[in-house]
Design a protein around this ligand. Structure first.
Ligand code: PLP
Length: 402
């Protein structure tokens, strides 16, 4: 039960369009997103339409519907539709790229210690299989400037480096990496980038064409509020020859002919039918983009600006309440922010339990690269500044009692 001195704060009224429990202060959009009821209904409608005539759906109708989402997403992330395919999550996107790399014994795969664990695990397993090795660079914490990050990454490059894995926004620390500077710097050294934009569309503005990464994967099921299992993979045009999905399907041996028939590129066609599967989440991406565009008078751009502004305000009021300094410059933040906590006699687990059980706050508590305890706040349209004021008061009470 919440402490007697505190009553649960009101979220933004738009929460009525979601199905999120109202007895919880939900400040963790970053982990699994959240899907509004209208989008879940749209997904159900796509599923029902498929079930009415499954042959027509899988061999005909689904193409046009997948293209509707592909076009909407390509416009949002600034790339050509023909270079974009759907996968079920960013982890699958990373695994698909790794399957397609031509790796040899002695090659090095460059990662930072802020990359997401599942991606790191895929890198590790792939390296082991090919006799390659992982070069893991340590990110500074706190971070004073973009150059801090750029220097740390570039220091990891050697003549053996084959590819670099970089997050657009890191998972645990919520930092927006300066990828528009890093990708060309790496390319100059002959190193291609796999950009992990799991926190990408709907989170921060994206320009895949301008950034020029070899591969970009990202989730729609996080910040676009799409149903779970909706993610994408972008492969730069010069790398698409022979690039294969994880699952080889019916048309793999006659891809040119089959893709001509379905009116799409061979790359698109190879991914659009990968065995019988539920593709309703892909079809719903276009609906999610439409829905999120109406959540702010300035469309998705407005949503992203609003969320970032609330996040900065929230971070400032929390750190002022508990008396800590910001670990990252404002310019390197989107709608996620990690705040170090002055915890001495309490573990992160204890703090998480107290926040959830005593204050009904769902927020991740974890370690930072420097070994201290931190919380990571997320801000999506349904969050209000009052919720972070409540979090700040809760933290103050817990920390002063510990
Ligand atoms: C930076 C980053 N990369 C990859 C992932 C994996 O996303 P998914 O679980 O959808 O594969 C996450 C998930 O939170 C993430 O934060």
């Amino acid at each position: 039960m919440p402490a007697p001195s505190l009553t649960l704060p009101q979220p933004d009224p738009i929460i009525d369009q979601f199905v999120i429990d109202r007895d919880i202060v939900y400040l963790n959009h970053g982990s699994f997103g959240a899907c509004p009821r209208a989008i879940l209904d749209a997904q159900t409608a796509h599923r029902l339409q498929a079930e009415r005539e499954l042959v027509r759906f899988y061999v005909h109708d689904s193409w046009e519907k997948i293209d509707r989402s592909r076009n909407a997403l390509a416009a949002l992330v600034e790339c050509q539709q023909r270079d974009l395919v759907f996968v079920h999550n960013a982890t699958t996107g990373v695994a698909t790229v790794l399957k397609n790399l031509d790796l040899n014994a002695g090659d090095e795969l460059l990662v930072t210690d802020c990359e997401y664990q599942a991606c790191l695990n895929n890198f590790q397993k792939t390296a082991e299989k090919h006799g390659a090795s992982i070069k893991r660079v340590t990110m500074p914490w706190p971070i004073e400037s973009e150059d801090h990050v750029i220097d740390a990454v570039m220091a990891g490059v050697t003549s053996k480096t084959k590819i670099a894995l970089l997050s657009l926004i890191t998972s645990s620390t919520g930092i927006r990496f300066p990828i528009e500077k890093l990708i060309p710097r790496l390319k100059e050294q002959g190193v291609e980038t796999l950009l992990d934009a799991a926190h990408g569309p709907g989170c921060v503005p994206m320009d895949i064409n301008a950034w020029g990464a070899a591969y970009t994967t990202g989730n729609a099921h996080k910040w676009l509020c799409a149903p779970k299992g909706a993610a994408f993979l972008h492969v730069r045009e010069d790398l698409q020859d022979e690039f294969e999905p994880l699952v080889i399907s019916n048309d793999a041996m006659q891809l040119e002919t089959a893709s001509e028939k379905s009116g799409r590129t061979p790359f698109n066609h190879a991914f659009d039918y990968a065995g019988t599967d539920d593709v309703s989440m892909y079809l719903t991406i276009a609906d999610s983009i439409e829905w999120l565009s109406t959540a702010h008078p300035d469309g998705i751009e407005g949503v992203m600006e609003r969320n970032r502004a609330v996040c900065l305000r929230a971070r400032d009021l929390i750190r002022e309440t508990i008396g800590v300094t910001p670990p990252v410059p404002d310019s390197m933040l989107g709608p996620l922010s990690t705040i170090n906590l002055p915890v001495s006699s309490m573990t992160g687990q204890d703090l998480k339990r107290a926040l959830l059980e005593d204050y009904r706050i769902q927020v991740p508590v974890w370690g930072t690269p420097s070994g201290s305890v931190a919380i990571r706040i997320s801000v999506q349209v349904y969050n209000s500044i009052e919720q972070y004021e409540y979090l700040a008061s809760a933290l103050k009470e817990i920390l002063s009692a510990s």
